[in-house]
Design a protein around this ligand. Structure first.
Ligand code: ACO
Length: 370
């Protein structure tokens, strides 16, 4: 006789979706729930093994209203073992990690989605807007000039309603960032950047759909400045690999760059995918910086739009201001072939953290000599 397996993979069982009101769907009449996706991690919620015992065909259906992130939770299964102490209390455990006002009645939730689509406004102030061509239903870019607008908001605990909103979105940190954890709501040093897709309705009003967010922490930095540490960063799966992470990162970087009271941007324990995103965006920023490229790597980098730079021996200058020859030097000694004082002046101006700056210089030097 075949044995029945009563163990479910928690990452597969937990099914997430961002639900839009009927009027806001790109394909009217399609299923009410949008694309379903699964978490990368559930161990902070369901334990190290990420297994749930006592059910067959278990589905933990956790839905979010696409803008307000109001939640719906339904636990379904084909069979459950008779109440025994070993059967996992799937809803009871998850309940500890989400706000208590979630719906369990589907009709009530769908009404809430409809109402929130009209009433929900992002909290805080807009700090960046950008557009992308409307993706067509097959996922490729539309041939028409139609574009979708996106907005990034900056918020703190002091913005009315943000604390409650954060309690709804923070679960994504546990589900997608390794070793991610909930932050202390009593600490005023936290700041947030939240990204939204903005869609115009037929009646001319706008609706907003959550894309992802980042929490950053302001550290005091002697004697009178702050250092901003990017701590958590998530773009939800339906929006990944479309450049939204880069836009969010650049928004935070520009916020640091333009704020005279912030000295630099650091990142806490970056995941590999995030390091890649950061490197690419920082490199693009440096390659587009005419002064930096001209002084450090010779004119050609600028005139050829960041192309190959010719190799040459250059003088070492302590003062970068007005320097016209390259700063990549041939010293014959061990150590980076770049003028330290010149490099440090640009690093502090551009507010890039020390280790990241070294990585970037190595990448640029390799590119230069390649
Ligand atoms: N693996 C490797 N590289 C990646 C990945 C990935 N999964 N995702 C993005 N990148 C890199 C690529 O180089 C990409 O360039 P490409 O588009 O030319 O391939 C570049 O990042 C920019 O991609 P975007 O589309 O702008 O990035 P996206 O919007 O997909 O966001 C992110 C990337 C934030 C890593 C997203 O996949 C995510 O939220 N992942 C889960 C959570 C996570 O890992 N967060 C970072 C934790 S570290 C921290 O919080 C400090």
């Amino acid at each position: 006789m075949a044995t029945v397996d009563w163990t479910a993979d928690a990452n597969e069982a937990l099914t997430l979706s961002l639900v839009r009101a009927e009027e806001d769907k790109q394909v009217p009449g399609s299923e009410e729930t949008s694309e379903e996706f699964h978490p990368t991690f559930t161990y902070p919620i369901y334990g190290e093994e990420e297994k749930l015992y006592g059910y067959q065909d278990l589905v933990i259906d956790l839905r979010f209203a696409s803008g307000s992130l109001a939640q719906y939770l339904s636990v379904r299964y084909a069979q459950k073992l008779d109440a025994s102490t070993t059967v996992d209390n799937v809803e009871g455990i998850l309940k500890e990690f989400i706000p208590p006002d979630y719906d369990t009645d589907e009709a009530a939730f769908l009404t809430r989605v409809k109402e929130d689509a009209v009433s929900f406004q992002p909290i805080g102030s807009v700090v960046h807007t950008y557009t992308r061509p409307v993706p067509n239903t097959s996922g490729s870019r539309s041939a028409t000039r139609e574009v979708v607008e996106y907005e990034v908001y900056h918020a703190t605990w002091n913005d009315p309603g943000f604390r409650e909103y954060h309690r709804r979105m923070q679960i994504f940190i546990l589900l997608y960032i390794e070793a991610g954890s909930y932050i202390n709501e009593d600490d005023d040093a936290w700041h947030f950047f939240v990204s939204y897709e903005k869609r115009k309705r037929q009646d001319g009003t706008n609706t907003y759909h959550f894309i992802g967010y980042s929490s950053v922490y302001k550290f005091y930095c002697f004697p009178e400045k702050h250092r901003l540490r990017l701590s958590q960063f998530i773009i939800v799966p339906p929006y990944q690999h479309q450049g939204h992470g880069s836009e969010l990162y650049k928004t935070i970087y520009n916020y640091v760059l333009l704020n005279p009271l912030i000295s630099e941007l650091t990142v806490e324990d970056p995941a590999e995918a995030f390091e890649d995103l950061r490197d690419r965006n920082d490199l693009r920023m440096l390659l587009a910086n005419e002064n930096f490229m001209k002084e450090g790597f010779g004119n050609e980098a600028v005139s050829h739009g960041g192309g190959k730079v010719r190799k040459r021996k250059t003088r070492v200058r302590a003062n970068p201001v007005g320097a016209s020859s390259g700063m990549v030097k041939s010293t014959g000694k061990m150590g980076p072939p770049i003028d330290k004082a010149w490099s440090e002046t640009f690093r502090t101006q551009l507010k890039v953290a020390g280790r990241q700056w070294q990585r970037l210089m190595e990448m640029l030097i390799l590119r230069h000599f390649n």
